[in-house]
Design a protein around this ligand. Structure first.
Ligand code: CTP
Length: 484
């Protein structure tokens, strides 16, 4: 099998092969990527037998460091030589699923077991690294042929049911390598779709995060939406063509920020997620839906308590009646079409009639606050900004928003040039302007310290932002005018 193994990796693998002998194999994504002659990042070594002991020996040979996870039979070794990649060692295992969408039972197994437990044929490849057979590829599921024909194929019909994250993974690989999903797999995916709902929010978010990091993310999102995956995650989540453009805007924004906002810590992920919730009026999810999704997927959010009540026992069957009663008592009447879901250990109520989402937990009612719902707020605020709006006013309107929201606005072609210019000016100039006048100056000018200081300083800073003050002398003149 012709493969591209960069020199540094070749040496690394040969050394591991010397130590692990015929028990150690390179497996999974790295074999796939070497065959595809692509760069590979995660180096996974499967050992038939004791992976930790092989890892310990490699660590000693490399004068490196090791992190051992005894309960999983795994270890990660980092060489003292920084040109060597980090290596994960795993004991070969056999997996059985008791229920769809839950984590499998794991037992020690053979290499064959370990390959057969995997998601796709293209990931179920192993390569020998012992010196006699170095480079021999073990392919018991037809993975090489699928790599040649560009096919994504699971190893058995229950695979997507057992682990519905594989639905996301199938599209991720299809998008990344421009492969096609086998017809049988497309049918299996459609059948397994409802089981996505059984996955924990973290697992879904993790898969979507990985997709959003792909170069071809927009295409992958488009494919997922063709299969109605987003509707399964959240009933009203539709991916419109405008939303796909929004993802491109997010990438432009991330590029722009990496050049212009180098000194700021921006959560790039949040920019992508905001775009995934929609930027334009027609495709944008309403705020209360974004809140529910952030709660469900455990995305950036906080719970803000709005009311307390005596604890009620809420069982599944009576949830709607009991919770309605609880909310009624504290003055939050719920519309008829409110949905009640027990998510992440709490009740999540989506009241479409009143456009509100609430969390109920042990007698307390919460609203969800998330920076990911701020984009429509930014658009509302921008609608107040016209040609002759003063700089100080723009400053006070924009400073409430997270950097990610503003960075997204900066590259959003749907916004007017004036509004984008305002955001740009705020981010690059205004927000780092320091007030020329401080409380000490006011004291020097004979002002008695007190609550009114805040008001005067605010007034003077606004005058500075509007270009009326550029030195202390200007400020003193304006201060005297203010006092009259
Ligand atoms: N795997 C699996 N089922 C999953 C997740 C992972 O069978 N739900 C297996 C696959 O064989 C995969 C390996 O575990 O190759 C490692 O998983 P991961 O690191 O997610 O995949 P890679 O292929 O290494 O990485 P990437 O997808 O980013 O290329």
């Amino acid at each position: 099998m012709e493969m591209f193994i960069p020199d540094s990796l070749l040496k690394t693998l040969q050394e591991i092969g010397e130590i692990g002998g015929t028990d150690a194999y390179l497996v999974g994504g790295s074999v796939r990527d070497l065959i595809l002659k692509r760069e590979t990042h995660d180096i996974d070594i499967v050992v038939e037998g004791d992976a930790i002991s092989v890892a310990e020996n490699v660590k000693t040979y490399w004068h490196g460091e090791i992190q051992v996870h005894h309960q999983f039979g795994t270890a990660t070794v980092t060489s003292a030589n920084p040109t060597y990649p980090k290596i994960d060692f795993v004991t070969a295992r056999c997996e059985t699923y008791q229920q769809p969408a839950t984590l499998p039972n794991v037992e020690e197994g053979t290499l064959t077991d370990d390959l057969l437990r995997r998601d796709f044929s293209i990931n179920a490849l192993a390569m020998r690294i012992n010196s006699d057979d170095f480079g021999d590829v073990i392919d018991i599921t037809g993975g090489i042929e699928d790599l040649k024909t560009g096919t994504i194929r699971v190893l058995h019909d229950d695979s997507y049911f057992d682990d519905p994250t594989r639905i996301f993974r199938a599209f991720r690989y299809a998008g990344r390598y421009s492969f096609r999903i086998n017809e049988t797999d497309s049918d299996l995916i459609r059948e397994a779709l409802p089981f996505i709902s059984d996955l924990s929010g973290e697992r879904i978010r993790n898969e979507l995060d990985r997709i959003l990091l792909e170069d071809n993310a927009t295409e992958i999102v488009r494919m997922l939406s063709e299969f109605d995956v987003f509707e399964v995650i959240f009933k009203d989540w539709r991916i419109t063509p405008d939303l796909i453009n929004g993802l491109k805007t997010a990438e432009d924004s991330i590029k722009w920020s990496s050049i212009h906002l180098k000194d700021d810590t921006l959560l790039k992920k949040n920019i992508r997620w905001m775009a995934l919730f929609g930027l334009d009026e027609s495709g944008c999810l309403p705020t209360y839906h974004i809140e529910a999704l952030c709660y469900r997927l455990v995305l950036d959010h906080q719970l803000h308590r709005i009311a307390g009540h005596q604890k009620e026992t809420v069982c599944e069957e009576e949830s709607a009646t009991v919770l309605r009663g609880v909310f009624e008592k504290v003055g939050y009447g719920l519309a008829d079409n409110t949905t009640f879901d027990f998510i992440n250990g709490k009740w999540c109520l989506v009241d479409s009639g009143n456009k509100s989402t609430y969390i109920y937990d042990e007698g307390d009612i919460y609203k969800i606050q998330t920076p990911l719902a701020t984009y429509s707020g930014l658009k509302n605020v921008l609608s107040k900004i016209v040609e002759d709006t003063r700089d100080s006013e723009i400053y006070h309107l924009l400073r409430e928003f997270p950097l990610e929201t503003l960075a997204l606005g900066c590259t959003d072609g749907n916004l007017s040039e004036l509004h984008r210019e305002c955001i740009n000016n705020f981010l690059l100039r205004q927000r780092s302007v320091k007030p020329i006048i401080t409380g000490d100056d006011l004291i020097q000018w004979g002002e008695e310290p007190g609550e009114h200081f805040q008001k005067i300083l605010h007034y003077l800073f606004a005058a500075q932002l509007d270009g009326r003050i550029s030195c202390k002398q200007d400020a003193f003149t304006i201060f005297q005018e203010y006092k009259q």
